[in-house]
Design a protein around this ligand. Sequence first.
Ligand code: CP3
Length: 336
Amino acid sequence: MKLLRVLNGEAISPPPVWLMRQAGRYLPEYLQVRAKAGDFISLCLNPELAAEVTLQPIRRFGFAAAILFSDILILPMALGQGLRFAEGEGPLLPPLQDTSCLNIRAAPGVYAPVLETVRRVRAALPPETALIGFAGGPATVACYMLDGKGGGEFPRTRRLAYDNPALVQSVLDILVDSTITYLQGQITAGANCVMLFESWAGIFPPAQFRKYVIEPNKRIVSALKAANPGLKIIGFPRLCGLLLGEYVRETGVDAVGLDTVTDPAAAIAACPPGTVFQGNLDPLLLKAGGAALDMEVARLLEAFRGTPHIFNLGHGITPDVPTAHVERLMQLIHAG
Ligand code: CP3
């Protein structure tokens, strides 16, 4: 598997490619299955349909990796917190007041269908295509659990970090333990590597970033690596800025997903030798297409040449990206 060769430190040209949110609303075949499933959560918990949408972008574009079709918020739902997706509004949860409603032991029964999806996808994928398992990073998932919705500001979580740090820490502790069990389940079911989405890592000042992002990520990485020798883990501490090098060094992740605003050369200089990079084309440019896309892809390939690199976006693909632009992207990368 090309993806695993790169995760093991090899620089390959052209690099393996996959795209965050590669299964999603920009694909007409996804919309069809989504309509059949009813709502998004039912789709995540339906192994047959979830496996189908995981495989769709592989068939269409030949990406080097499939990523399990699920969501980072399935874990809090499995722990007992209510979750719904309001059309046009994104996820909504009842903001957590304390942790007494969370039940770690009940969670595996609720997310069992997700592990069945992993089994089915691994069995159906071509042998050269890697399957990426994932979970949200504890800080990011805690933001949704404590604020009850997305949007990127998370005012309640940030305030609680000052007013009631014990509550924040107890949510994080529960998430660390349950994330280890959840990801171990995905690995046992056939995931070839795993990724931690710390999409909102960038909202915390440095001292909180160390406590709420680095420490919990480190505990997850250590536990999974101890139990699975050779396992490769990708971290994605989005918008963490100058704390990138410290994040990689301290957590022990093998690879780091770079956000759209991070310069490749600066990232390479900041991280320990041997770090693998994933990223970081602006999703908006994939939507725009044209000569600007061609030039930026060439620039990124050049910036990472000689460095182990997995080509990806700097954040998820948006529903309005024309599939022709993704085809163009694949051509550009394979022409190298
Ligand atoms: O990458 C993939 O193709 C795999 C599946 C995946 C989804 N969500 C599917 C999804 C993954 C890895 C995620 C991660 C996720 N979910 C993150 C971290 C990555 C990131 O984007 O920052 C976050 C923050 C979430 C929470 C979440 N889920 C939000 C904020 C939303 C609403 C946004 C929107 O586009 O409406 C979702 C819904 C969601 N997750 C969709 C998909 C395909 C859209 C659901 C639909 O309407 O079909």
